[in-house]
Design a protein around this ligand. Sequence first.
Ligand SMILES: *Cc1c(COP(=O)(O)O)cnc(C)c1O
Length: 455
Amino acid sequence: MRTIIEPFKIKVVEPIRMTTREEREKILKDAHYNPFLIHAKDVLIDLLTDSGTAAMSSKQWAGVMEGDESYAGSQSFYRFERVLKELTGFHYIIPTHQGRAAEKILFHIAVRTNGSEQQVIPNNTHFDTTRANIEYVGAKAVDLPCEEGRKPSLRKPFKGNMDLEKLENFIREEGVPKIPLVMVTITNNSNGGQPVSMENLKGVRGITNRYKIPFFLDAARFAENAYFIKLREPGYENKSVEAIAQEIFHLADGCTMSAKKDGLANMGGFLGLNSRAWAQKARSLLILTEGFPTYGGLSGRDLEALAQGFKEVLEEDYLKYRIRSIEYFGEKLVAMGVPIVEPPGGHAIYIDAKAFLPHIPPLEYPGQALVNELYVAAGIRAVEIGSVMFGKADTPADMELVRLAFPRRVYTQSHVDYIVEAMEEIVKYKKKLQGVQITQQEPIMRHFTAHFEPL
Ligand SMILES: *Cc1c(COP(=O)(O)O)cnc(C)c1O
């Protein structure tokens, strides 16, 4: 059969409140033309993020009931720890309430602040919270993505890779003492959710071994990355995704992870470590800000849901549905001439709003114009990743993208077809769309709270 069905039946439903175009015009106006400020109940299809928005399975909900809420030594923690040790091979599994808490602890331990020289941490592309946590402890975050990753319309299998030549030159120039660790983000979220190949990860391991630098993964979407390796990398087609994921983790000395993505749950994260000395320091910091080492900011029921989620996320029927539904959406957009980042990544479609709306200059925010039109026309919530998010007063960002991120196991094909239809309509009148101006903003992270007015 060619049709790939959602590999689940729906057992619990959350009704979507239907709205009319007129209602949405008023809602968006009241939200100052910033969909971040819209109440979720006023959204029909919410593609703002894939973080913490997954639907849990009946086994996960059963686990929630089993949750052992003991402060110390909870059974739920031991189950969580066992699943993650089997998956990652790391000696120490330290639970945190989400990914950024693991980052904060890792960089506090790894970055030396008493030397005279500023320390630097390279990554294929740092995620925003990773970068912010590195800068917070006084170090510098450096991105070393491969050249292919910089070209949105280029179709290549592993555009999330790190540039190995640049990494080696970087280590030689900066010197080993300045580099506390090298990080690789799988999949490369800030660069279109593009995967990293096993060959590239092995390359990073080889270089970091040569220079004796610890190698860490930012593993938020490890299962999606492992599935792309199975689909696209020669030699892996007959391996299980679980075995590929294990191989990835075994290359590294540790990881941070936001379990709000491939943990298939709504909250959680962890820090994985092999170093005993680092684990001891990490647990002290954990107690200071997150909690005792057998819960780390999570309740027993969260730990149970995650332990089960880490197993389900490696089921290949699930991953096939997941990756195919995003690819399907991407194909429909390309067929109607909408420019997107190609090939589609693991968790989202990124529309190139600069190319889609060439009549709107970057500082009139074409991405925001499209985001707002998606909401008014069809009740779809997406997010601008362009000059609103990354630009400064008179300087636009490099790219004007609109991200439509898909929550895991939440929407069906007819939801996707509805979004496709909305885009078909918008394509017909896109020349009439106007930009926006910012009327109120905060000095940092302005996209969350800015107010706009249509021009
Ligand atoms: C979401 C994310 C983080 C941060 O995790 P939170 O759980 O949101 O704190 C870090 N890195 C990547 C790649 C992410 O996608």
